[in-house]
Design a protein around this ligand. Structure first.
Ligand code: FES
Length: 119
């Protein structure tokens, strides 16, 4: 899932991201490309920039491998930082207390819409 939109929004069907799954996307924001992902954790959706708070690499080594094996947290493949899916807060690893950058996410019927972060 990599479509970019000129409007600075990315949309997908909520049914495309069932509980325990993620979807990656790219947004064009203020002239630069931003990679992000939606996560469905316990039926609630959250969107973050795909950039670890430690040294800024994408979290997933393989596309859409964001969850720990038990499915309870997000993990960075580079050095193992653990993040809460609902808040983006790093709770274990080299960046405890830091957090993923959230992206504005809203739902319009069955469509999830992610927007660029506020300037
Ligand atoms: S870059 Fe993610 S834990 Fe180091």
């Amino acid at each position: 899932m990599w479509p970019m939109t000129a409007s600075g929004e990315w949309r997908c069907a909520a049914t495309d991201v069932p509980p325990g799954r993620t979807a990656k996307f790219r947004l064009e924001c203020a002239g630069r490309t931003l990679e992000g992902f939606i996560v469905n954790h316990d039926g609630r959706y959250h969107a973050y920039v795909n950039r670890c708070a430690h040294v800024g690499t994408p979290l997933d080594l393989w596309p859409n491998e964001f969850f720990t094996e038990d499915g309870r947290a997000l993990i960075c493949a580079t050095h193992g930082a653990i993040y809460e899916p609902a808040t983006g807060l790093c709770t274990e690893g080299p960046c405890v207390g830091d957090a993923l950058d959230p992206l504005p996410l809203r739902r319009d019927g069955d469509t999830l819409i992610v927007a660029c972060p506020p300037a």
